[in-house]
Design a protein around this ligand. Structure first.
Ligand code: AMP
Length: 399
């Protein structure tokens, strides 16, 4: 996959109408935006386009409306917030590709910005319907994609429109491709990947692909226990996927063949059972991973393992991390995840956190500004690590 894509900087936008795919999928509570992080993140590309004399037709999906207008999912709240943040009116269309959107787009002047209604009000969006994509494209001269969170989906606004317009990326996607693309294609070594999370089955292709790229692969979290069981260790009541034992053995062989160091937790925090409720007080013990008692469950990496994983992150030149090391929702079982987040923050390496829980952990702990890059797309960043072709990236013009 070629990650070297043209950006807004490589194309003349002056006097042009630009269809800008943003990620305005913001959380709402009672019709009020509870975090405007995604709108703020879109500002650099929007401002660049407006300052360079483009007319910006912004579009996004929000939530999962059922292919028809639904006021609960209207982007009007986004237009209001974006107007405040930009200090300039964002005109709100009443539909996606209907009369309101079309005539507003036609009259839009350079330096002005409008927002289409929620793309998923049209059934054609998620089906990548060519007719819908053509209508979207007909409003503009150039397509700019800046919604990394949706590049793994081949939808009309993320891939289809590129069949009809010159397509380039905005600054958010440019950064994702620059940092993650470089890490996967030409990393500074040693390159260490740290994977966690609940299940092996969610990360099969990620593990296999990373074993072709990294020098060290660290596995923690619930998924580590199936690997331990594949080694013949007894794992007590820990999370276990019996169907993936052969897969884990295969991956351990692949690591050996490729000269990749595969690290599993040497010690484990165990308790009598899964905390219920998840944040309940819980009595825990630190045991060797080879000696997990039959009636106990592994719920976090142990103290010695934290040091080993942190040292690997410290000595690396590139670190990619995806997935918590334990049941981090419980304060007693969060220490492993915190130790990894801290190690990344303190490392001089290029550090990349792949969305989701690990990104939230870095932000909550106040480490976000010490990490080189926190991906804005959970699912997209995982597919990136799988080495899959991302439709929303493949459709952009090569440099
Ligand atoms: P994922 O969605 O795959 O990133 O996994 C995140 C979830 O894995 C979190 O909700 C954690 O509580 C859970 N998890 C992490 N470690 C363990 C473990 N040892 N046992 C059970 N669940 C775990």
């Amino acid at each position: 996959m070629n990650y070297n894509k043209k950006s807004v900087r490589d194309i003349d936008v002056s006097g042009k109408k630009v269809l800008l795919r943003c990620d305005f999928n913001v959380p709402l509570k009672g019709g009020v935006i509870t975090s405007d992080k995604r709108i703020v993140a879109a500002l650099p590309t929007i401002k660049y386009l407006l300052e360079n004399n483009a007319a910006v037709i912004a579009c996004s999906h929000m939530g999962k409306p059922k292919g028809e207008f639904d006021p609960a999912f209207s982007l009007e709240v986004v237009a209001k917030r974006l107007t405040e943040l930009l200090g300039q009116e964002v005109k709100m269309a009443k539909d996606v590709v209907g009369d309101s959107a079309m005539s507003m787009a036609k009259d839009l002047k350079p330096g002005e910005i409008m927002l289409l209604e929620n793309l998923r009000f049209d059934k054609g969006e998620t089906k990548n319907d060519p007719e819908f994509a053509k209508k979207l494209a007909s409003m503009a001269d150039i397509y700019v994609s800046d919604a990394f969170g949706t590049v793994h989906r081949a939808h009309a606004s993320t891939a289809g429109v590129a069949n009809y317009l010159p397509a380039v990326c905005g600054f958010l996607i440019e950064k994702e491709l620059g940092i993650m693309g470089k890490a996967l294609a030409d990393p500074e070594r040693p390159f260490v990947a740290i994977l966690g999370g609940a299940k092996v089955s969610d990360k099969l292709n990620v593990i296999s692909n990373l074993l072709e790229k990294v020098d060290t692969l660290i596995i923690g979290g619930g998924m580590a226990y199936t690997f331990m069981a594949a080694k013949g260790w007894s794992i007590g009541k820990s999370l276990f996927d019996s169907e993936k034992i052969d897969y884990c053995k295969e991956m351990m062989e692949k690591a050996e063949k490729n000269g990749v160091k595969l690290l599993l937790p040497e010690d484990t925090i165990v308790a009598a059972g899964f905390p219920d409720p998840i944040d309940a007080d819980i009595e825990v013990k630190n045991v060797l991973s080879t000696e997990i008692p039959d009636d106990m469950m592994g719920l976090d990496i142990g103290e010695k393992t934290r040091e080993i994983f942190a040292a690997a992150a410290r000595d690396a030149k590139t670190v990619v991390w995806n997935g918590p090391m334990g049941v981090f929702e419980n304060p007693t079982l969060a220490a492993g995840t915190i130790a990894v987040a801290k190690a990344l923050a303190e490392s001089d390496a290029v550090t990349i956190v792949g969305g989701g829980d690990s990104a939230a952990a870095c932000e909550q702990l106040g480490f976000a500004d010490k990490i080189t890059h926190i991906s804005t797309g959970g699912g997209a960043s995982l597919e990136f690590l799988e080495g899959k072709e991302l439709p929303g990236v493949a459709c952009l013009l090569d440099k």
